[in-house]
Design a protein around this ligand. Structure first.
Ligand code: GDP
Ligand code: MG
Length: 147
């Protein structure tokens, strides 16, 4: 089953949106397999955002993601990487459509509330950056026998 790494960023935690964001992911039918409230270290932040290293906003991005607690999660589902990015919405708040998490709750770029892996390969790398293998739970939902 495909996995993705989703992370409610410091702005989402500060604004008290953990519950409402998690509810949307549960509503969609994805399966939560790991979650924890953590403080991202500078090393983790730089690894997580390595693709943006060298860009002018990189130092600000690392400073922001390490500025306060984040809610780190692993979710499972068919095509969960692409489908969760659809629920999350576009990066820039001006492009994030209403109905998406960013479209409904974010009003200032780059404070866009939540991170989602952009490919299954990124997801594997990002999950390993934040979770030990034994932190991922395995369980079945009875409904899954019909899917
Ligand atoms: P995402 O995958 O939709 O989160 O977007 P990206 O991978 O392109 O960028 C990662 C994160 O960096 C975004 O979610 C923003 O928080 C931040 N970011 C992206 N572009 C910019 C920018 O031009 N300026 C600033 N300050 N932050 C940015
Ligand atoms: Mg990205």
């Amino acid at each position: 089953m495909e996995k993705t790494y989703l992370m409610i960023k410091p702005d989402g935690v500060q604004r008290g949106l953990i519950g409402r964001i998690v509810a949307r992911l549960e509503d969609k039918g994805f399966k939560l397999v790991a979650a924890k409230l953590i403080r991202v270290t500078e090393e983790q932040a730089k690894r997580h955002y390595a693709e943006h290293e060298g860009k002018d906003f990189f130092p600000e991005l690392v400073a922001f993601i390490t500025s306060g607690p984040v809610f780190a999660m692993v979710w499972e589902g068919d095509d969960v990487v692409a489908l969760s990015r659809m629920l999350i919405g576009k990066t820039k708040v001006g492009e994030a459509l209403p109905g998406t998490i960013r479209g409904d709750f974010a009003s200032h770029t780059p404070l866009n509330l939540i991170h989602g892996s952009d490919s299954p390969e990124s997801a594997q790398r990002e999950i390993a950056n934040f979770f030990a293998p034994d932190e991922l739970t395995e369980y079945n939902k009875d409904i899954a026998i019909w899917t």
